[in-house]
Ligand binder design. Structure first.
Ligand SMILES: NC(=O)c1ccc[n+]([C@@H]2O[C@H](COP(=O)([O-])OP(=O)(O)OC[C@H]3O[C@@H](n4cnc5c(N)ncnc54)[C@H](OP(=O)(O)O)[C@@H]3O)[C@@H](O)[C@H]2O)c1
Length: 331
């Protein structure tokens, strides 16, 4: 079985394609033949040794994906052989392989016929977008601001916010991505440059922002706080800039702002199974109906891992990079 593995934390050049013995599905486990698995920023954080857990080395990589069940262990009831499933993030990576064995609770059955490449990022980004937009229960017409708005996650936020009647203020670091976001349903796009405050003031007028979704950290949220409503919610889910999120105490206290941290794995660990299945069922239906999609820049085979990783780690992409195990590779 082909398996992409790394053998040292902080050394991306130890990533290799190896032949590994396929594991058997033990009691309560499901074995999945992977069809598609994205390369996410969190995968690189894991390889770089900057993620909250460190599997023993050498370790397979890849935190989510989609595939077909090829074996079920004793006691498994929610899926059967032949079912297509999402593989959800857990403490055990391994979707950048031809096969993975996971506990039943980390798979969700896909009941619709959907392009596996479009399904590949549902497990993390689509679910995260749904959950982020629940903070503060914003009313239709409210403004939601997000950083790294041209990310895969950002695309889901824009589409889901629009469905809910929310208005999105999308913050990017490259002006050239604005038109694509506006075409995809973004209400406004601003660039995090020296004129950031003036741009925000112009697009908002007298309106205020109710919810901020931040994946970048650093000073950008501080630049937004003068435009936040009283009791607004700020959710930090990543720090792509490597800098901590900055929230001026003057606004945090006087406006009684609510600052949250979000990590999907925490939700998956604590949410009841019925709620997890309901959320994924909802987003899978939207993808199947074409109401939700994620931009894909390229797909690669597992044996093209070096090129795929370099591409995924580059800036200036117009979509996600996804490993596929079938023949259909697109560039
Ligand atoms: N906490 C959670 O549970 C959770 C769940 C899902 C995602 N996330 C996080 O959300 C972020 C987006 O994930 P994704 O899969 O949607 O990413 P993605 O599609 O791979 O896109 C990466 C995005 O990050 C931007 N970016 C990279 N470095 C940056 C920097 N230094 N300053 C500003 N922007 C920067 C890129 O902008 P350019 O196009 O300009 O390069 C691009 O918009 C990641 O950090 C991921 O780990 C967290």
């Amino acid at each position: 079985m082909q398996s992409i593995q790394f053998s040292e934390y902080g050394k991306a050049d130890t990533v290799r394609l190896v032949e590994a013995d396929p594991a058997r599905a033990g009691s309560g486990d499901v074995k999945v033949a992977i069809e598609a698995a994205p390369l996410n920023p969190s995968d690189f954080m894991l390889i770089d040794g900057r993620y909250p857990f460190r599997p023993p080395l050498p370790s397979p990589a890849g935190s989510e994906g989609v595939g077909r069940v090829v074996e079920v262990g004793a006691g498994v009831t929610s899926v059967k052989e032949g079912d297509r499933v999402l593989v959800l993030p857990s403490g055990q990576p391994g979707t950048w392989q031809q096969e993975i064995v996971v506990a039943e609770r980390f798979v969700v059955r896909v009941g619709r016929d959907v392009d596996p490449v479009q399904l590949a990022t549902v497990g993390i980004n689509a679910a995260t977008a749904v959950l982020l937009l629940r903070y503060g229960a914003p009313e239709p017409g409210s403004w939601v601001a997000q950083t790294a708005a041209n990310s895969g996650l950002g695309a889901f936020v824009i589409a889901l916010a629009r469905r809910a009647g929310l208005r999105t203020l999308n913050i990017v670091r490259r002006p050239e991505v604005a038109d694509a976001l506006l075409d995809a349903g973004a209400d406004e796009v601003v660039v995090s440059d020296d004129t950031f405050g003036a741009q925000v003031a112009e697009v908002l007028g007298d309106a205020e922002v109710s919810l901020v979704l931040d994946g970048v950290g650093g000073p950008v949220v501080a630049g937004l706080t003068p435009f936040l409503a009283r009791e607004a919610h700020i959710v930090s889910f990543a720090a792509l800039s490597g800098q901590p999120i900055a929230v001026p105490p003057m606004h945090l206290t006087f406006k009684n702002l609510h600052l949250h941290g979000f990590w999907l794995n925490n939700w998956l660990d604590s949410a009841p199974r019925a709620e997890i299945e309901e959320l994924y069922g909802y987003v899978i239906d939207l993808i199947a109906d074409g109401a939700l999609s994620t931009p894909i820049e390229a797909t690669y085979r597992l044996d093209e891992h070096a090129e795929a990783i370099a591409h995924a780690r580059s800036t200036g992409r117009d979509g996600k990079i996804v490993f596929v195990t079938g023949p259909a590779v697109t560039r």
